[in-house]
Design a protein around this ligand. Sequence first.
Ligand code: ADP
Ligand code: MG
Length: 488
Amino acid sequence: MVVVAYISVVLSSHRKIIEAQKTKLAEVIKSSERYKALFDHSLAGMMKFSAATWEVNDVNEALLSMLNCSSEKEVQQSLSSIPAALLDPIKTAEEKKLWLLFSAKLIDGDSYAHGVLVDITKRKSVEERVKEQAALLDETQDAIIVMEENGEITFWNRGAETMYGWTQLEAVNSKLQSLLYSHEREKEYREAMNHARPLHEWNDEQHHKKKDGKEILVESRWLIVDHTNRNRRTFLIVNTDITNKKRMEAKFIEAQRMESIALLTGGIAHDLQNILAPVAMSIGLLRNELKNETSLNVLRAVEESAQSGLQLVKNILTYGKGIRGERVELNISALLNHVLEIIERGLPTTVVVRKGFADTNWIVRGDLNQLKQVFLNISVNARDAMPRGGVLGIDVSRSSFEEKELSNYPYAQAGCFVVVRISDTGVGIPPEQIETIFEPFFTTKEGGEGTGLGLSIVHGIVKSHGGFVTVESTLNRGTTFTVHLPSA
Ligand code: ADP
Ligand code: MG
């Protein structure tokens, strides 16, 4: 049946030629001798067979050699059931499978039929290879795209569907430029075009947009394929999504930098401690010696400075040590209630606290003092961010994270987390600073107001608890720090 359908296609596309040759052919058929010559010398296989029994009466040379047979009987065997042969490949004497295009016409008052057979095995195997190769292209995770010189997409594999979110149906016939390049990134498209055209080859990193509007970073390779016989060129484009790889690389470099800063500052802190300790100790001795009020005031100022210096040194050392503390079960709401008591004492009246959590028995394992410091440091920053007042909110929830969601935080394990959100309605953090705020000594506070250590300590402590911190911020709107700690 498949074959029959195929024949009708052939017929319709060649109808005109056939029509034109019909009269001619009729003449030929009339003359039996000439007909015989045509039968014998045709390159197509030809046979005459009984319409009722399918018994083969006559075959030509071409058919014999096509089926590797020496007699009509053998042909009969090879084509033992022609109706079935219409659907399946035909086996020749040495079991070679052939695909035959078969067409037949009733003759001699419908008792006989005339069959013409053409070997299309080669074409079939090419078709199959093309199909196989297309299927292989779908296996890869890379996006494989074929584009015409005018920018129109003609091929879009499954990898491209998953990478960009556009289905093949949506992508094919649209323009690559408008599909993958946002307005700001259009020049990346032009750059690729301008380089690929003369050089025939181009590769670099590009920013592409997905259907959902998200931007991804891809390694893009362009290759121009010239079609020699036609005046046409196509672009073969292979894109690999390297967004995650890049992010991991950046995190890794960041971690290394933090590590080396920690080493360096640790060394300095030790020296400072050795210098400050005798100063602090001498103050007690001097206090007994000094009698007049002015000198005692000076001494008090010296003491304060020495103490805050020592506190600073202590902070640096906590940060540098990688911070290993106790591990006990802590009720998170009790801990936060305690933190709230402390910060409420230190808040100006213009800052309102919104306690957004109920008392629960959600437990985390950790070091009480360290975790207190985490929430205090974040709250103090929130206060500092609201010089003209505002709302400081604390909320608690629980949430599960899968491994793939935690790829940025290798020290955190998949599972349930207690999530503490501390938000303010303050000045916000400029986007270009959001990556830097956790670095030791990064501060925007002037006049010795800030040490720039608060958040690096937060980061160190939370990390050592197997948790992670995220920040969201909008300028002049406010900031939310979210601390995730593994739920016990
Ligand atoms: P410090 O508070 O001593 O400056 P931190 O490490 O605690 O150091 O914070 C670093 C910087 O991060 C701050 O100087 C500030 O610029 C920014 N920052 C932290 N928290 C907030 C916040 N809630 N709102 C706005 N900026 C913040
Ligand atoms: Mg701070």
